[in-house]
Design a protein. Structure first.
Length: 418
């Protein structure tokens, strides 16, 4: 069985890390399977690539202020950049001839760069699958974007299945995003996808042992986490914990250097990047992070007490997820407009008094964290290679009229003031 897993990677590591987790589960479920990961993140070599998985690295793109994309390094026009990327993906699809192509979030890829590859996929008899994280944005925004981009038509025309990496009890995209029945019937819920790298692949998080509990603050890729990390440093002055700050590789160099100086001035530990940071979650006392999908799910997998500081622009996705998970007793939340005061320090103190056993009980009650394996089983089934002994994966479509998800049931209106 051959599979291509595509992600566009304009900002951060979330898309490719989710696909890596699914690639790993896929090759474990079928020892004869092979996966080609198509992405453009610069940090791909810093991530753990599973056996029988290889990478097609596309020329990088960056997200601009108006939420569009431009070439990251090459002196090329926007049209030339997308043409090159599209050609590389299509050529790889023809050569590799996958049974299944899984696209993360974008049915036609960023700027339609996946269209030619989808044509090549269908020509060789392959199946197309769209992967969607639990929450994309507030429903009105998603509906408007999908209408402008004719997204629902693209899914109906080119895709055989939609895998949702989440729970219908939190959000059901069929209802919230107004999918017509032919599209909504393609949905299969997998549960949440957690990336769990090998336990022996880790570096030291801190070198000293001053007896204080360790609290880690991370901003993911780091492109938009300056306010969170700055407030964490301020809240950590004279605090009863040892602060560890991970700025992220995408933070501007000047911002990284200033942050390093500030962290060291209060006796903390600074890292630009920590390979496989989730491996340390079992050993730290608390975590402060944004509300991104991957870090949040990895934190819940280890049951580390977590304070989320979600971003609210350019999308409200993180805020919606943070509020929904807080309502379920899974995390604590400091919304961005509360930074600068006592809120973050207070919430960290409460988190330090929390217990992992309570968090584990809450997670077990509300979330299914087996999403990578379930997604792999769905992909194998579509390739006519079902896995024996894989209970809990149904090919039946979801209910036609689902209940309203917890992400919106009691959490409106959303205040996005910063």
């Amino acid at each position: 069985m051959r599979a291509i897993l595509y992600s566009h990677d304009g900002l951060g590591l979330g898309h490719v890390r989710r696909n890596l987790a699914i690639a790993d589960a896929l090759t474990q479920a079928d020892p004869a399977a092979s996966v080609l990961l198509v992405c453009s993140t610069d940090q791909i070599d810093s991530l753990v690539i599973p056996a029988r998985v290889d990478v097609l690295k596309l020329p990088g793109v960056r997200k601009t202020a108006d939420a569009s994309y431009a070439a990251k390094r090459l002196p090329m026009t926007e049209a030339q950049t997308w043409s090159m990327r599209s050609g590389l993906i299509a050529s790889a699809t023809r050569s590799f001839a996958p049974d299944v192509l899984l696209s993360d979030k974008h049915p036609h890829g960023a700027h339609g760069e996946l269209r030619e590859a989808l044509g090549a996929l269908h020509a060789c008899g392959g199946r197309a699958v769209l992967g969607l994280r639990d929450i994309l944005d507030d429903p009105a925004t998603v509906r408007a974007e999908w209408q402008r981009g004719r997204v629902l038509a693209a899914i109906a025309n080119d895709y055989d299945r939609i895998l949702v990496y989440g729970s219908p009890d939190v959000l059901h995209p069929g209802r919230e995003y107004d999918m017509p029945p032919p599209v909504a019937d393609l949905i299969r819920f997998c549960g949440y996808v957690a990336n769990t790298p090998p336990a022996d692949d880790r570096t030291a998080l801190r070198s000293d042992t001053d007896g204080r509990p360790t609290v880690v603050a991370t901003a993911g890729g780091g492109a938009d986490g300056a306010a969170l990390l700055a407030d964490f440093v301020r809240a950590s002055r004279t605090a009863p914990w040892h602060p560890v700050v991970v700025s992220g590789p995408d933070a501007p160099p000047g911002e990284q250097e200033a942050l390093r100086r500030h962290v060291q001035a209060i006796g903390g530990t600074y890292h630009r990047f920590v390979r496989n940071l989730p491996l340390h979650f079992d050993d730290i006392a608390a975590l402060v992070c944004m509300g991104g999908y991957n870090t949040t799910i990895e934190a819940l997998t280890s049951a580390v007490p977590t304070v989320l500081v979600p971003r609210v622009a350019p999308r409200q996705e993180q805020l919606i997820r943070a509020r929904a998970f807080a309502a379920l007793g899974l995390v604590r939340v400091v919304e961005p407009d509360r930074l600068g005061g006592p809120a973050l320090r207070n919430e960290i103190c409460v988190a330090l008094a929390d217990s992992r056993s309570r968090i584990r009980r809450a997670v077990a009650c509300h979330l299914d964290l087996d999403g990578a394996r379930r997604a792999a089983v769905h992909l194998l089934a579509l390739a006519d290679r079902p896995v024996e002994g894989s209970p809990g994966v149904s090919d039946a479509p979801p209910p036609t009229i689902p209940l309203r998800g917890k992400a919106f049931a009691a959490l409106e209106p959303i205040n996005v003031a910063v």
